[in-house]
Design a protein around this ligand. Sequence first.
Ligand SMILES: NC(=O)c1ccc[n+]([C@@H]2O[C@H](COP(=O)([O-])OP(=O)(O)OC[C@H]3O[C@@H](n4cnc5c(N)ncnc54)[C@H](OP(=O)(O)O)[C@@H]3O)[C@@H](O)[C@H]2O)c1
Length: 244
Amino acid sequence: MRNNYFKSAFILGGTSTIAQSICIKLADNGCKKFHLVSRDPTANKKLIEKLRIFYKAEVTTEKNDLLLNTSLVDNFKPKVDFYDMYLIAPGLIGNNDLANSNSKEALKINSVNYAGIVPWLIEIMTEKRIKFKGSLWVLSSVASDRGRPSNYHYGASKAALSVFCEGLLLRCVNKPFSVRIIKAGYVSSPMTAGAPKFLCTSPNKVASILTKAPYRRGIEYLPWWWNLIMFAVRRLPSYLAAKL
Ligand SMILES: NC(=O)c1ccc[n+]([C@@H]2O[C@H](COP(=O)([O-])OP(=O)(O)OC[C@H]3O[C@@H](n4cnc5c(N)ncnc54)[C@H](OP(=O)(O)O)[C@@H]3O)[C@@H](O)[C@H]2O)c1
């Protein structure tokens, strides 16, 4: 257990595989209060029991579907209270082929990865909150670095998320609050069922790396060697990038 560590955490996307690993690592480091927001809070039963029974943590849950957060008619205003750290974890690859001809699928991917998250980020990142120490971690993706034919709907929505959060990050320069944009490569989870195994990192490993530096700020590739891969991918000529 460490002093000066997060004592409370607000997790948007509490059922995500990576978020669950992060929660356990945060608890290992002394975090005692969790608020888990997800579409189905009962899906977190095992995690909640472990946090409550093994770590003696206080856990609350909230039901939310991001697809319902983007209406321009009703002003959706989520409650985010005051937590030491906020983790933004929802993500949807969706069906890229379907999205090419079906705008509903395209907008669904956009809402889960970006538009539906915006109202939450607005409530978290108030001028009042960023005057105090705390941290926002955002799970973005290496897919945001280049629009590839096989997943550009997902990549574009993650790029929007990354750029929006880079604005938040720069707003926090010289402020006690830190913003951390995590461009993860393949991580073993339901999202990467068909991904090459040798490129996949375990959610535990990802959680270990992240929780070692809780107040780090900036944009980081995870694991670090994805920075090298994406350096090359960004420079591939179109005729090669078209095959990705
Ligand atoms: N796995 C990877 O290789 C990888 C790589 C780079 C970045 N990331 C990012 O890391 C984050 C976590 O991914 P993961 O690997 O842990 O994937 P995961 O286990 O599939 O988790 C995805 C999360 O998104 C939530 N979600 C999907 N649709 C939603 C909706 N309409 N409303 C609210 N929540 C919704 C899911 O909730 P339900 O449980 O209700 O479905 C789940 O909590 C995502 O942002 C992902 O884009 C992952």
